[in-house]
Design a protein around this ligand. Structure first.
Ligand SMILES: [Cu+2]
Length: 614
């Protein structure tokens, strides 16, 4: 039996406990710099940097640390999150405390190079990034002067520049906790007590979700431990030992207290482990921003099934303000940095001491939403669970990427057939670690797979304009007609149509009040109780879709229409306003751009759409 011997800060020897119960910390490694920021790259190495533009690369296999190219501006106090293609988008930066840079840059780990991008509206010091379902990235908060004035304008990185959410301007805490929710909105979990959704469509809008139970969890940490399920643990001043969860999948989400931890702490890290549990490390337990006389060495693991914490082996160095923690491909956790501590230590969780590890012998490089894929393993019969965890990107008690999906699977002989996550709201596109877990709870070493990835090869611009109309109605100039026929080759170089024969439900009103033929024609999407869905076969990629709905003669509808499961139209007509339109950007990952009825739609209709590949 392997024993873990931890030495507590006060010098008393910890009772020897089996590593299979409490895990084990490796030796303290002396590092050249304090790891204030860190991200796990798709190649399994750790990108990290200190209080300035001095990025390094740590290889967990060899233990080597090497220098990386510099960004060319002070990346301390930036936000960073992964783009769908595995590059890291950096926003903001450091001039001095409270005063952030407006810079944007992308680090490409495959080419080991930086590329500067258009600047943001203003400086951002301590902002948060979150990658959206269409591969765009939201940035919020951060401050821009010595008075810590908050940058109230959320902005969305479109791949080429910034889109301003002028309808959603709001002062927010620094490094706020954000997670992409299953409804496609961004969930603000804290640290403030009022938790909210940000709808990033159009000019953006905030709405209130629920009040958290513990008032202010500054420098606690939140984790989306399954789609829509968020744990918020610790934080506050004086700090708390409490934790609470919310399930955004519920009809009326409410925060519910769970846990608690064995003691109070803030300046912590909460890290998803390879089996879906959450490791809490570091922090300070006394009052004050970063009370250096009260470091917490104790580590604890939260079990999402019991919603309780369990104390495990303690670490050997303080990890407080300006520390980091990252799950590695081999299921261990790198815990590093913290003011005054240019060191790192790796934690091996209990699951690494419970017998042989299952092996992944082959896995695809890329998987597609909703589709099945095959993973080779000689241990197929013993695999109990399969899950993917997004590569982490962490600083200041915020991990802007880590999240988890459990995958259904069917066992084969020396393989498993798994089903990829259903859509990009529950699993935003990008790189993930695939872990297989056996009947002893032991995880494999992860294979890195790309979910819903886009090709980097430039594709010529594509533009499609479709008018929904009866077969023999006049076709507007520049448009192709859709007459309600079932999905198929239309003989005009395009393949599109409906999931049902919708031809009897087209209309050409010939109404005097229609601005032109496009508005005068339409197709019903819910006639006679149907749930009609329209699709266009397109190359995978990012598309901007302008959608127009309405009817010159009737206003008894509630228009709610999804484009790739993104709510594009949400409007109720009146006799004074009979048409509505919106333009949204979506990612297509399954070869078909889909228009469908959203929840709550009534007598939904569609007039025309314009689709452009970006
Ligand atoms: Cu800082």
């Amino acid at each position: 039996m392997v024993l873990a011997s931890g030495l507590l800060a006060n010098g008393t020897a910890q009772a020897q406990q089996a590593a299979s119960e409490v895990g084990q910390w490796g030796p303290v490694m002396n590092w050249p710099i304090v790891a204030v920021h860190a991200a796990l790259l798709p190649n399994g190495r750790v990108f990290f940097f200190p209080y300035g533009d001095d990025p390094r690369l740590y290889d967990p296999v060899t233990g080597n640390i090497t220098n990386l190219p510099r960004a060319g501006f002070n990346i301390f106090c930036t936000a960073h999150s992964y783009l769908p293609d595995g590059r890291l988008l950096f926003t903001g930066g450091h001039v001095q405390n409270g005063w952030g840079l407006p810079d944007t840059s992308i680090y490409d780990p495959f080419r080991n190079s930086w590329t500067r991008q258009p600047v943001m509206n203003n400086g951002r010091w301590y902002p948060t990034n979150v990658t959206l379902s269409n591969g765009e990235v939201l940035v919020v908060s951060g401050s821009y002067d010595v008075n810590y004035s908050n940058n109230r304008l959320p902005q969305v990185w479109t791949g080429r520049g910034w889109r301003n959410l002028t309808g959603a301007q709001l002062s927010l805490d620094l490094y706020p906790s954000l997670h992409l929710a299953p409804n496609g909105k961004v969930f603000l979990a804290g640290p403030g007590q009022t938790t909210r959704y940000l709808d990033t469509n159009g000019t953006g809008v905030w709405s209130t979700v629920a009040q958290r139970n513990f008032p202010y969890r500054g420098y606690g940490m939140s984790v989306m431990y399954e789609p829509g399920k968020v744990l918020f643990v610790g934080g506050g001043d004086p700090p708390t030992e409490t934790a609470e969860v919310i399930d955004l999948n519920a009809a009326t989400p409410r925060w519910r207290t769970v846990g608690p931890m064995a003691g109070k702490r803030r300046q912590i890290h909460a890290t998803l482990l390879a089996d879906g549990s959450v490791l809490v490390t570091g922090g300070t337990e006394g009052a004050g921003f970063n009370n250096k006389s009260t470091p917490v060495y104790r580590a604890e693991i939260w079990n999402p099934a019991t919603e309780q914490f369990r104390v495990v082996a303690p670490m050997s160095r303080p990890r407080w303000y300006h520390s980091t923690a990252l799950l590695l491909l081999d299921g261990r956790v790198l815990v590093a940095g913290g003011d005054d501590h240019p060191t790192a230590q790796i934690y091996s969780p209990p699951y690494l001491f419970r017998g042989a590890r299952p092996v992944i012998s082959s896995a695809p490089q890329r998987i597609v939403y909703g589709r099945s894929f095959t993973v080779g393993t000689p241990n197929a019969s013993s695999i109990q669970r399969a899950l993917i965890i997004r590569l982490g990107s962490v600083t200041h008690s915020v991990n802007m990427d880590q999240r988890l999906n459990r995958l259904n699977f069917v066992r084969g002989n020396n393989s498993l057939t798994l089903t990829a996550p259903m859509n990009a709201n529950v699993c935003p596109p990008g790189y993930y670690m695939l872990f297989l877990i056996n009947h002893n709870g032991v995880p494999s070493v992860a294979s890195v797979i790309q979910v819903g990835g886009e090709t980097e090869t430039p594709i010529p611009a594509l533009r499609y304009k479709i008018n929904f109309q009866p077969t023999n109605a006049q076709v507007p100039a520049g448009y192709l007609p859709d007459d309600g026929s079932p999905f198929g080759n239309r003989g005009n170089n395009l393949t599109y149509g409906w999931n049902i024969d919708n031809r009897a439900h087209t209309r050409d009103r010939n109404a005097a009040n229609s601005p032109d033929q496009r508005y005068d024609t339409l197709n019903h999407m819910q006639k006679n109780g149907s749930d009609a869905r329209w699709e266009l076969a397109v190359p995978n990629g990012r598309y901007t879709v302008r959608i127009v709905v309405g009817d010159p003669n009737h206003w008894d509808s509630v228009y709610k229409t999804n484009v790739e499961n993104v709510l594009a139209i949400n409007a109720t007509p009146t006799s004074n306003q009979r048409w509505f339109e919106n333009t949204v950007t979506v990612g297509v990952f399954d070869g078909r751009l889909t228009i469908s009825n959203a929840n709550g739609a009534k007598n939904n209709k569609i007039c025309f759409i314009e689709i452009e590949r970006r």
